[in-house]
Design a protein around this ligand. Structure first.
Ligand code: MG
Ligand code: ZN
Length: 182
């Protein structure tokens, strides 16, 4: 692997409560609602050279609430709304009882992305609104950041996250500033 390939950096993003409103098992396309400052945040991260990769637990599939195809359709619509800013959407369709290797805070989805895009984990971040997202980062060896959208405000006092911000644009400013001084 040459030096240039090692420079690939990414921000791994939770979906529900981080990019879109968490409506508790989204099962209708018309319920997709992008949260405030998300588009601005993603644009800034993109400009700073980060690949944007969504990693989402969608146990609603395993529970029979909606199909995998619905999740694919959701992601196509969402990325259209976001003008293609997301490089790749990964999701875990399993329930906790399935004991799979991809359900967050397990690292299966990140491991796959790291291999596929040759991502340098030291230069990358995980962003989400739950402690399981923070634990995902810790388990993967990637700096975790909590946003207080979604469920984040409930746990901001006790999180193990490296930093806590009110929205994705604040996250993006911090990451870009940090990245530029490294
Ligand atoms: Mg979430
Ligand atoms: Zn899974």
């Amino acid at each position: 692997m040459d030096a240039q390939q090692m420079e690939v950096k990414a921000v791994f993003l939770d979906r529900d409560g981080t990019i879109i409103k968490d409506v508790n098992y989204l099962s209708k396309i018309e319920d997709i609602e992008i949260l405030p400052y998300v588009k601005e945040g993603l644009e800034l991260l993109n400009k700073c050279g980060y690949k944007l990769i969504v990693v989402s637990n969608q146990s609603g599939v395993g529970r029979g609430y909606f199909t995998k195809d619905f999740v694919y359709e959701t992601h196509a619509v969402l990325n259209y709304m976001l003008e293609g800013l997301i490089e790749k959407f990964y999701f875990c369709p399993h329930t906790p009882e399935d004991n799979c290797l991809c359900r967050k805070p397990k690292t299966g989805m990140i491991d796959e992305a790291v291999k596929r895009f040759r991502i340098n984990k030291k230069l990358s971040y995980v962003v989400g609104d739950k402690e399981s997202d923070v634990e995902l980062g810790i388990n993967a060896g990637i700096t975790p950041i909590l946003v207080t959208t979604g469920y984040g405000s409930d746990i901001k006092e006790k999180t193990k996250a490296e930093a806590v911000f009110n929205n994705l644009y604040e996250v993006a400013k911090w990451i870009c500033q940090k990245g530029s001084t490294e």
